[in-house]
Structure formats: C-alpha cells, structure tokens
Design a protein around this ligand. Sequence first.
Ligand code: C5P
Length: 226
Amino acid sequence: DRQPIVAIDGPAGVGKSTVSRSVARELGLVYLDTGAMYRALTWLVLESGISVTDRCAIAELANRCEIQLAASVDAAQPVRVWINDREVTSAIRSLDVTANVSAIAAIPEVRQVLVKQQQQWGQKGGLVAEGRDIGTQVFPDADLKIFLTASVQERAKRRQQDFLAQGQPQISLEQLERDIAARDWQDSNREVAPLKKAAGAVEIITDAKSITQVIAEIVLQYDRVF
Ligand code: C5P
C-alpha cells in the first residue's frame, strides 16, 4: 500500500504553487509541480524552433525528452527544473512560455507522455501534486482532492503584485485579466483532460482568504482524512 497523495487543481494564478509547496512541507510530503513539466516542454519547443502547431514534431520531442524536477526544501522557492540537462527554472516562467503552454498541453500525445511520468513518480505516493487534471486523470485515487478557485479580477491583481515584487515591468490589470481568461478558456475547453473539479474534491474559494488561511484549511482537511 502506498503513502498519501494530495491532489491540488485549479486555474491559472490562483496561488496553487505557493499553497501546494507549503502544504507539502507541512505534511512532510514531496511536492510535484506538473505545470512546470508542460512549461519545460514548451520552452524546448520554442528553443528548437518547432512551430507550436506542429503536433507531430512536438509529440516526437515529448517522447524523447527527459525532464527532472527538484523541489527546494525552502517552500518559498519554486521547483528547479531541467530538460535534457539544461536548467530552465526561470526560463519556463517567461511570458513567451506562458503564452504558448496551453496549446502544447492540449496535445493528447504530450499529455500521455507527461501523465505517465507523473504517475510513475507517484507510484509509491507520499506527495502533493498540483496541476489541472491531478484529481481527475493523474491520481483519481488521491486521498484528498482540493479545487482552488478565485475570480479573474482577484487573480490578475495577485499576478500584478507578483511581478511588482520581482521587480519586473508592470503589466496592466486589463492585460493580465485577458491573459488569465484566455488560459482559463483554453485549459477548460480542450478535448483531453480539461480543467474541472474532480468528483469528491473540496472546493476552496480563495478571493477573501490569505495564503496562510488556505494552507491551514487544506491541512485541516488532510487531518480529517487521516
Ligand atoms: O500551473 P501552471 O500555470 O504552471 O501551468 C501551465 C500550463 O500547463 C497550464 O495553463 C495548462 O495549460 C498546463 N497544465 C496542464 N495540466 C497540468 C498542469 C498544467 O495542462 N496538470
């Protein structure tokens, strides 16, 4: 029998990563950022000069690439990511990768390869996995499933604050709202494994909640299960 699995799903910019990393640390579980894998592959596609519409070439690339993740012990730090031995930790957060990742993640062959990898890593359990399809496809037998949501306006505001904190150039709220709404639409309307709340998932609406409150709520849910 395997160790516990916590599945955390939700749309772009809802604070999933920060929350998932902290929950993993508090519960002593490994953190798995599946979005980082789709981002790494997207980076490689762009880097290789392959067209984002060339499904065949992208599927081929997905089959041949090797992705490695290393979660930091410091919950404030994002996961470190390598693809084919190139470190892409910060490159995968670029606007260019962000703008193209949903198209790449919609390709069935890409999902097949990456989901299989995720399931292999999760075979023995002991992890908190975050993404769009963790509770529905990757680990449908997860012990606890969480679905995080927030309004587009709230998520755009948080993104803007993130950029500000990182000293990056300001992007207007209108632009951020458009980007987030577009990614929501693409992720929720694709044919394979669209973003949706899994059966039995606990939904947490985070608009009026602090990160600390959300983390505490998930840990409480976990303690109820075990
Ligand atoms: O979570 P993050 O914003 O890093 O995810 C980037 C993109 O990767 C998402 O917008 C989505 O298109 C894709 N993704 C996915 N399935 C997952 C995780 C991410 O399709 N499990």
